[in-house]
Every structure is written in C-alpha cells, then in structure tokens.
Design a protein around this ligand. Structure first.
Ligand code: CA
Length: 617
C-alpha cells in the first residue's frame, strides 16, 4: 500500500511540476538592514548610527564575536537609499537589505498524513530504510556503524522541529544544552540566550523552536533516519543529535539576519553539520560570512539546490551558491535516479544529488507524510555527513565534503548537472569514513615549516620514513637539482581551507585569462608526502589546474608564503608527477590556497592526458 501511494504521489507531482513556480521576488524585510562596521565590535559605531536615525533604530549584534549588526529603522525608511549612504561611510564595511529567505519545499498534492500506529504496522517489520527506494544503501550502512561513537549534532535551521514526536523523544534525539538550567530565567552558560535548553527560536526570539509548519520536522526525520530505522516499533538510541533552530515562520519565510544569528548559534554550541533547506535569489555578504565562520570552525554545511528546475551556475540561489569550501549543495533525484524535474542543478555549483521526490518522513502531531523538494535531498546528505563525522570525528568539514562527493554512485545523467556526477550512497560513504579513521588519527611529529633555504637537510631515515620530508631535487623549480630538502605537509591530518591553482611558470600579469579553461571530467588524486589530499579538481587549462582542498592556516601549522611539494597522481595510480608551490591568499575565493609557481610543460601534459574528455568552460 505504501508503494502504491508513493506512485500516486509521484504522478501527482509530475502533474504539479508542469506548473513549476517562478523564482522568488526580490524582496527584503521593510525597514531593516544588516551592517558590518570595520574593525572590532564597537558600540560607538552602533550608537552613532542610532542617533543618526533619530534614536529610532533598534539594534542587535548578530554574533558576539563579529561586528555585524541587524538594525530595525522605520518601516517607511527608504532602505536602498539609506544603504547607498552607509556605503559611503568609511567606518562601514558593508550594508545590505535584510533579504527574505524561504524553505525549499515543493507543494505536494498528496497531502495525506499517516499516524505513527499506521506507519509502524506497515513498515516496522522490515527493519529497512523506507524513506525512498533509490539504491542509496542506507540499511547496508547501518550494519557498518560503530556502536559506541558519540552522536554528532546536526543543526536544523528551518521552521523548527516538533521534538515531542515519538521518533525524536523515544530515541532521545534532541540536542540538550547541558550548561543551561531549564526555566530559571538566567543565561547560565552566558551564550546570549536565556534558557536555550533545546536550541532557539530566532523567528519569535524565544526558547521554543517548535515547528508551526511541517518542513523542519520532516527534514529532522530524514536526518535521523540516515542513522537508524525510525519506523521501528522500539526505537534505538539516536545516532545523530538534532539541534532545532527556528528562523522560518509558519508561512515558511524568514529573514537573513535570523539565519545569520542561527548559524552562529549552531557553530558556537557544538554543531558539526548544519542543514539549510531554504534559500533566496539575493546575495548577502553577511550570510556568506556566517557560512565562512562555520567553515572556519570545521562545520559541514549542506544546502538545498533549489526547486526551480534552473541552472545554479547561471542563476544562483543562496546559500546554495556561496563558494564556501565545506558546503555541499544538493540536487534532488527520484527513486530511479533521474534528476527531479523541479530540481536546480549546476555542473560547477551543485555538488551531488540525493533522493528528494516523495520522501516519507515525520510531521508534527505524531504523524508522517510524503514531501518533495531539494529540501528533502539536503537532509539526506546532512544525516550522512553526521554519520561520517561519527565514524571519523577528526575529519575536517572540507574532508567530509570531499569524502561524500567521491563515495557516491556515478549516475551518467548527473554528469552535466553536478560537480561530482554522483548520487549519494550511504554504504560506500560509511565504508570510506571508516578507512579515514586511521588516516585522521595519523599524527606525525610535526616539523616546523620553514623556507627551503632554512630547512635542515633530512636524514636518510626521514626520507624513507613518514613522508614529512622529501627530496625534490630532480623535479624542476628554483633550487631544484641542488639537493635541497623541502618540508611537505600532511594535509589529511589538518582541517584546512584551500583553493589551489597550479600554474605554469608564466611572466606578466593576468596571464591566466589568456588560456582556455576546461572543466575536469575525471578526478585527479593529489598526494602530499604519502597522504592523499581529499579534494575536487575544478578546471584545467594550459595555465594549470585549479582544485579545492582544505587547509588550516589559522593554527599556524601552515605558513603563508611557505613552499611545499606535492605529488599529483593519475586517477588510476599509474602515473605521478611532482610539483612545488607556495601558500597564497586568494582574494577571489576568500581562502588560502597553494599556488604552483614552477610547473613544467611535462607536468601539465601529464595532467592533461589524465583528465579525460574535457568540457570547455
Ligand atoms: Ca544560554
């Protein structure tokens, strides 16, 4: 009966999507704006602005640490001209409207709800994953799960969660702020929120993030269901903890300022994964910076690609479109692994796909229903990211992203629609994460980074040993051939940001632009020392190769300007070349990276021969 009802649902959806909704209106909250002042938090700047507005402006800081403020002025104030004026102010880093954001759910014509008793009588005996029928191997993944691992926290920034639903209460899935004493009216842990025992309601500015819609509760059930059978009569203890952060109202819309505050809350209170099944068409520097903050704190970000059947490469939706290294943007596929007709896509901006059509999950009132949308695909990945973190807690946010992108199932029709061409596979991701437990606990004695000329020569034991020190004498570049030893870095052990670009040795400025760039059609494996760097190759051209990985400059373990050596291996492992590069700051990508300054023609021709069929960008 369930399957039959699902088919009816799918048919209804197919009919519905022929009337696909149009893009969001360009809208913002009247009389509100987001302002970041230059320098450290400065009350003087805030009060100056308030007095300028005749004392009528209400303000709140969107994070304790940053100097980003949310202002409410008069609803009749012309926000655009006020922003224009603020942008002339030398003390203002940026000023922008408080854009409205909306849940990324497709309205499903099949609105039937099922009670928990009905559901348990129909599906509990199977003990298998019953939320969709694609070959995502969730049940098989359960068998791979470590029993004693701590449950990672996933923040669900959404319409709230009905955490009184038996699925969450019986499994003890709800995150609890152990530092807060319930109901004493005191901010016991001093995090700026009073009695925030189970998250926060940023929409209503209170401590009750209960769902007054259905969206957030549905998302929560999908996340929990990646780790265990949520339809079982007796629920196992939750393998994933849910932190409900409500910023969308009952109508499914909310403001950028509340989203920013919620992201900061999630990061500051221990979330390892954040699910963002919502979006809007307007770029917000404030929202981008909040996501960057999450990335800087090792948090995996998961964003719904959007439900307009559009190409995000051309017409971005946010947060899906922000280039934050630990963010996974997710498209929706159906039970037959076809991209859902409503799903947004993007060969360079949408990372992978997960089931998002006719997904069966929890809704408030001890019930369940089918829902569709990239909103339902994103939590599949968020749940899976949490399970990966649970197995390999030392992986950085970026490493988790890379692992999920490379461990799914290749689906031919996704090759022009996503970066990875993959639909998620819970089993292979879990197996990969278990392999990374050893890698992440690999803890070489760190040799302080130093320029080549100052690095003492390695002993012969070091050369054969852990791979920290490598002789690069025969591989081109200044100093090559002189037998100088260069310290290489074990990227895998470090949660790090990285954009990096290989460049041929070229003289003059803006040379890169003269070369045609191509999208990579196959993966290139990068090794530093004897460790593989998880990352995704982006583009290649005569000027070199661009590639995203992670790096941790902030800890001082990698020093800007430092020269390091890397081995680049072909996808099948049959060929290998070595290149030298140095750590640089990329203004464009807002991250550190490795720029390869001395790459020979031979290296480039190797890389190109490995890259398979190329698509011009
Ligand atoms: Ca508190």
């Amino acid at each position: 009966m369930m399957i039959h009802s699902r088919l009816v649902t799918l048919f209804a959806l197919l009919c519905f999507f022929s009337f696909a909704p149009t893009a969001f209106a360009q809208d913002f909250v009247p009389g509100e704006l987001i302002v970041k002042f230059k320098g450290k938090s400065n009350h003087k700047q805030v009060s100056q602005f308030q007095s300028k507005m005749g004392g009528a402006a209400q303000s709140r800081a969107l994070s304790v640490k940053s100097n980003v403020h949310h202002f409410k002025v008069s609803a009749y104030q012309d926000i655009q001209s006020l922003i224009h004026e603020l942008r002339q102010d030398p003390n203002v880093e940026y000023a922008e409207p408080n854009w409205i954001l909306r849940r990324a759910e497709v309205v499903d014509e099949d609105n039937r709800t099922f009670s928990i008793e009905e559901v348990r009588s129909q599906v509990s005996s199977s003990g298998s994953y019953a939320q969709n029928y694609a070959s995502v191997k969730v049940t098989e993944a359960w068998a791979q799960v470590s029993i004693d691992a701590a449950a990672p926290v996933v923040a669900i920034i959404d319409t709230g969660v009905d955490y009184s639903h038996p699925i969450f209460s019986q499994s003890n899935a709800l995150w609890t702020n152990s530092k807060e004493v319930p109901g004493n009216g005191i901010d016991d842990d001093g995090n700026g929120f009073i009695d925030d025992v189970h998250g926060w309601n940023f929409f209503g500015d209170n401590n009750s993030p209960i769902d007054d819609d259905q969206h957030g509760t549905h998302v929560a059930g999908i996340i929990l269901g990646i780790g265990q059978d949520i339809f079982a009569t007796t629920l196992a203890s939750a393998r994933i903890k849910i932190m409900p952060l409500k910023f969308l109202g009952a109508d499914g819309s909310g403001s950028t300022s509340d989203a920013i505050a919620a992201i900061h809350y999630a990061v500051d209170n221990g979330a390892r994964v954040i699910n963002n099944s919502w979006g809007g068409p307007n770029y917000s520097q404030g929202l981008h910076d909040a996501l960057k903050y999450a990335y800087d704190h090792n948090v995996v970000l998961v964003a719904a690609a959007g439900n307009y059947g559009k190409n995000n490469d051309v017409e971005p939706l946010y947060p899906a479109g922000y280039q934050v290294p630990s963010q996974l943007t997710v498209a929706a596929t159906n039970d037959w692994d076809n991209l859902a007709s409503f799903s947004n896509y993007g060969a360079t901006t949408v990372h992978l796909a997960a089931p998002g059509v006719g997904i069966f999950s929890t809704i408030p009132g001890n019930s369940f229903k089918f829902m569709s949308g990239t909103s339902m695909a994103a939590p599949f990945i968020a749940g899976l990211a949490a399970m990966v973190v649970r197995e390999a807690p030392n992986l950085s946010g970026y490493q988790v992203k890379s692992l999920l992108m490379s461990s799914g199932d290749r689906i031919a029709t996704l090759s022009t629609k996503t970066v990875s061409s993959n639909r998620a596979n819970a089993y292979t991701s879990l197996v990969s994460s278990k392999a990374q437990v050893a890698a992440s606990s690999y803890n070489p004695e760190y040799v302080a980074a130093a320029p080549a000329s100052r690095t003492p020569a390695a002993t012969s034991d070091e050369k054969k040993g852990c791979g920290l020190v490598r002789d690069i004498g025969e591989y081109g570049g200044p100093g090559a051939g002189t037998g100088v030893m260069i310290v290489s870095f074990i990227f895998l052990t470090l949660p790090i940001v990285t954009w990096f670009a290989v460049r041929r040795k070229l003289k003059g400025q803006n040379v890169r632009r003269k070369h045609q760039r191509y999208l990579m059609d196959s993966e290139i494996r990068i090794f530093v020392g004897d460790k593989e760097v998880l990352g995704q190759t982006k583009t290649i051209g005569a000027g070199g190769l661009s590639f995203q990985t992670n790096s941790m400059i902030e800890t001082g373990q990698i020093v800007p300007g430092e020269i390091l050596t890397m081995s680049v291996q072909s996808p099948d492992g049959s060929g290998e070349v070595q290149v030298q590069g140095k750590i640089v700051w990329s203004q464009k990508d807002h991250s550190y990276g490795v720029q390869f300054a001395n790459v020979t023609e031979s290296v480039i021709s190797h890389i190109r021969s490995w890259s398979g069929s190329l698509v011009k960008t």
